[in-house]
Design a binder for this molecule. Structure first.
Ligand code: ZN
Ligand code: FE
Length: 641
């Protein structure tokens, strides 16, 4: 109301806040949360703002970032070499004019820079994709208000509740605003303005693409120097900056509502650093997470603080962010870790970081046990449970590559009871980026005639025959990759899980039939059960050759994986006399797999638990690692600290 009231002293001021809203985590230098400990320290309060700040009856009483046009932060539009082109309202108007002309503008928000452009300007979106080297991956769009959201989408009451919540996450809604925004999917990541600046910027626009201001896997631009790099690299045409510093980078959170439950794809701004309770008490535990979609976790007196999204540690700037952010969280919470939990993968940078912390006992937590434990922690389950981890890859016992595991798990330990079929990964990591390799490996092993890729197929056969660089994997993600490649949906992935995402989008939801599969004893490890989807792949390829619609084949493939996993999980639960099944791992971002498998298991009388507070992908792994460390400490298995 103040923003739009010409008589108000904060009329059109982009940094309005009160004690209930505005930045907090992203501007904190140290605790306690007082203005001197924030990046608002450099702005002296004017007499009017000081009066509000000190008046217990005022809604701005001790609102630490309190500001007004007289004393607070100011907008600036930066052109080349950081030259100030315009300030204040003029900077805003200039940026809006550029956006109307189809330019890409880097806009400073709460936790870093966004790259913005008009979502309905096809050339602008195409240019943004080209410059960001992101040809297909979905982009998030910010719409000015709920009325506009309702014009393009049909959000449920619960989706609306999330869209307008103070956290203002990106909510993935059914429907496509424009194929340029989400070319691979039938849904769109939508969010509403969450700062006054966004409200002003969106005036007169139906939708702006607002994607994180970075290149490839780099962390988002935090300050003007980093934003100017986006300008110099030709990604942004101008920089809409201001002089309130971002002290903690924080990406937007992304979630989806699935049959009444929240599914986080990324838990970051708006939710961090709110803790989750693990136990009544505990030593200080640092869990270093995964190398992909990294978050870390600090447990203090039984409360688990999961960090904001850090990203993929293979990027050196992201790794530097990981190290410095851990230090700053330890400083903020004024703690030193007594235990460090980590993934056993010896090549993970997050594991190597853990092993370099001198003198602190290490707790190694197997990747899929950590996934399952993250759900157990969320729902306060003690176990034992049957844990179904459907994942990309994770380090298994004796260095094998796991990714489709059926575990008997409690909070401390696990036993592997079954797994998905083992297939070679021709070329190792390369097979993840090139789903056709996986398709070729499966066809050769299952004796399926595939005419997909004449020349390249022979290369893979040579690798397989020689057994060079072909580690076996039980990965669930790779099965979906292979199916996508076999159906001609994705031979080379432009981004993580592109094949699986296209396969899910292709599936006709009305198709209920499935292919046959087999449940047998594991060929690799005695005493384990393994699923065999060989007959399913063969039937699918033969139907494809006969011209059956891809939408039907994609659905039948999903249904087959679901049926196999449901049967194996149910059988194991019966054998062990257990009634609780936990589902976790990156593959459960696939809504079809998540909903159909949950339903099948519930219909067989089992209680099903999934991730609703942290991501089911590796972004939630650190919580599981922390939960296992705390449980082992409680059980007296760790040195008394
Ligand atoms: Zn003031
Ligand atoms: Fe994982």
């Amino acid at each position: 109301a103040e923003l739009h009231d010409p008589a108000d002293r904060r009329y059109r001021y982009p940094f309005i806040n009160c004690v209930d809203c505005g930045p907090r985590f992203t501007i904190i230098q140290a605790l306690p949360y007082d203005r001197v400990n924030t990046s608002m320290d450099r702005f002296g309060l004017c007499p009017e703002c000081a009066r509000e700040y000190h008046d217990p009856a005022d809604r701005r009483f001790h609102a630490e970032p309190n500001a007004c046009p007289v004393c607070g932060p100011r907008l600036r539009l930066l052109g080349e070499q950081g030259v100030v082109v315009a300030e204040g309202e003029a900077a805003l108007q200039h940026a809006r004019a550029l956006l109307r002309d189809g330019a890409i503008v880097a806009v400073k928000g709460l936790g870093g820079y966004h790259l913005a452009c008009d979502a309905f300007n096809a050339q602008a979106v195409a240019r943004l994709r080209e410059r960001k080297q992101r040809p297909h991956k979905a982009l998030a769009v910010m719409l000015p208000d709920l009325a506009t959201v309702n014009r393009y989408f049909q959000p449920s009451a619960q989706e609306v509740e999330e869209l307008v919540s103070p956290a203002r996450p990106i909510v993935v809604l059914d429907g496509v605003l424009s194929p340029l925004v989400s070319p691979d999917t039938r849904d769109t990541g939508v969010f509403l303005p969450y700062t006054p600046l966004h409200h002003l910027l969106l005036e007169g626009f139906e939708a702006l693409v607002m994607t994180s201001g970075n290149r490839l896997e780099e962390p988002i631009a935090q300050d003007e120097a980093q934003a100017l790099k986006l300008l110099q690299q030709g990604i942004a045409g101008a920089v809409l900056a201001h002089d309130r510093s971002v002290l903690h980078r924080c990406d937007d959170s992304v979630l989806r509502v699935v049959e009444g439950d929240l599914c986080f794809l990324r838990r970051s701004r708006g939710y961090v650093p709110a803790p989750l309770r693990l136990a009544a008490d505990s030593p200080v535990v640092l869990a270093t997470g995964s190398d992909l979609k990294n978050t870390f976790c600090l447990v203090v007196r039984g409360q688990a603080y999961l960090s904001q999204h850090i990203g993929d540690l293979a990027d050196h700037a992201t790794y530097a962010f990981f190290e410095s952010e851990i230090d700053r969280w330890l400083e903020l919470l004024r703690v030193t870790p007594a235990l460090v939990a980590h993934d056993p993968h010896p090549a993970y940078l997050s594991s190597r970081y853990a092993s370099r912390l001198d003198g602190i006992p290490l707790v190694s937590v197997q990747h899929h046990h950590a996934h399952v434990a993250s759900v157990m922690a969320e729902h306060d389950l003690k176990g034992p449970v049957i844990g179904v981890a459907l994942d990309g890859t994770g380090y298994g016992e004796e260095g094998s590559v796991w990714g489709g595991e059926f575990l008997l798990a409690d909070r401390c330990h696990f036993e592997r009871l079954g797994h998905l079929p083992l297939y070679p990964l021709p070329g190792g990591e390369k097979a993840i980026e090139e789903p056709w390799r996986m398709a070729a490996a499966i066809c050769r092993l299952e004796d399926i005639e595939w005419t997909g890729l004449a020349g390249r197929y022979e290369d893979v056969v040579r690798l397989l025959t020689a057994g060079i660089n072909c580690p076996l994997t039980s990965s669930a993600g790779r099965l979906f990759d292979a199916a996508a490649a076999l159906l001609g949906l994705c031979e080379e992935a432009g981004y993580e899980a592109q094949g699986a995402i296209r396969l899910e989008a292709a599936a006709d939801l009305s198709v209920r039939r499935r292919y046959s599969y087999e449940l047998r004893d594991s060929s690799e490890v005695t005493g384990l059960k393994a699923l065999d989807f060989g007959p399913a792949f063969a039937a699918m390829v033969s139907e494809a050759r006969k011209g059956v619609a891809v939408s039907e084949l994609a659905a039948a493939f999903h249904n087959t994986i679901v049926a196999g996993c449901a049967e194996l999980a149910t059988r194991l639960a019966q054998e062990r006399g257990l009634g609780e099944v936990v589902l976790s791992g990156g593959v459960f971002q696939n809504r079809l797999v998540l909903t159909r498998l949950s339903k099948e298991l519930r219909e067989r009388g089992l209680a099903v638990y999934t991730n609703n507070k942290v991501p089911t992908n590796d972004g939630g792994l650190a919580l599981g690692q922390a939960a296992v460390a705390v449980a082992r400490w409680q059980a007296g298995e760790l040195p008394c600290v």
